[in-house]
Design a protein around this ligand. Structure first.
Ligand SMILES: O=C(O)[C@H](O)[C@@H](O)[C@H](O)[C@H](O)COP(=O)(O)O
Length: 260
């Protein structure tokens, strides 16, 4: 697995703007090379902040939105349209304002969808959708994601993989139902670490002083069951995008040329 690279910006607004600019370039490069791009979105304030910054970026429409596949790293298992769902918040932050191909926006199932309130069945259906889309350059039952983004929780969770809970220990399935999550709502759907690690690049977003301990733990060599963010690595790149507050407890040797 790739060693993490760190980029530290002075505050969370600049971190979101810089990450958005980075994502535009990454998508444009993938589309220039393969004619398409595949990105996994994350929920949470940092993930939505990046989407909002992308929506305001001057170069936004360098992206061919009709040739972009969007997936989710996790979802709160709530009814369609619930304001707490990650896809609802992503739509408000950006997706409803760009000309995406609806067939290429792969939202995770809602709790009032075809699988009813069975999160495990809904997770299995999303795993099947990922496998069907994996294609020849897919990896371990998921498409070859160009970028998979993850917010980092104060307890070091990523997606809906919480410390010590069963989902973070999953080694076979690509998507699982999560029950009893400490971050409400308790029932969720999440990619697993094997699915996350199939991505070419994994970007971890951490801004705010409430993330300083989590970032320090995750980058200290801790184990992934106790510190799920430590297991989030990309095949070609693992990139931590932080602001100075979230980097406050990191040894400066981890980002000697940081801008903070
Ligand atoms: O469904 C969710 O809640 C998110 O996917 C979750 O993994 C989030 O990214 C982290 O909890 C960080 O959230 P913040 O950026 O809001 O701190």
């Amino acid at each position: 697995m790739t060693a993490p690279q760190l980029v530290v910006q002075r505050d969370k607004e600049l971190m979101a703007q810089a990450a958005a600019a980075r994502l535009i370039t990454r998508i444009v490069d993938a589309q220039a090379t393969r004619g398409t791009a595949s990105v996994v979105l994350t929920g949470g304030r940092n993930g939505n902040g990046l989407l909002a910054a992308l929506g305001s970026a001057p170069a936004r429409d360098a992206i061919d939105w009709s040739r972009l596949d969007l997936w989710w790293g996790d979802e709160r298992f709530l009814p369609e349209g619930d304001p707490e769902r990650n896809v609802t918040q992503a739509r408000e932050a950006l997706l409803d304002r760009v000309p995406l191909d609806p067939a290429r926006v792969h939202a995770m199932p809602a709790s009032d969808g075809p699988h009813g309130d069975d999160a495990d069945a809904a997770a299995a259906a999303y795993a099947a959708e990922l496998a069907a889309a994996a294609g020849p350059d897919g990896h371990d039952g998921v498409p070859s994601f160009d970028v998979l983004m993850l917010g980092v929780g104060p307890d070091t969770h990523v997606a809906s993989l919480f410390p010590e809970l069963p989902a973070v220990r999953e080694t076979e399935r690509t998507v699982v139902g999560v029950h009893g999550a400490p971050k409400p709502p308790p029932t969720r759907i999440s990619l697993t670490l094997p699915a996350i690690r199939a991505a070419k690049e994994v970007w971890l977003l951490a801004a705010g002083e409430d993330k300083a301990k989590a970032a320090a733990l995750a980058l200290s060599g801790a184990g992934e069951v106790q510190v799920p963010a430590a297991g989030a690595r990309g095949r070609a790149r693992t990139l931590w995008l932080l602001d100075a507050a979230a980097a406050a407890e990191l040894p400066r040797s981890l980002y000697p040329h940081g801008t903070a």
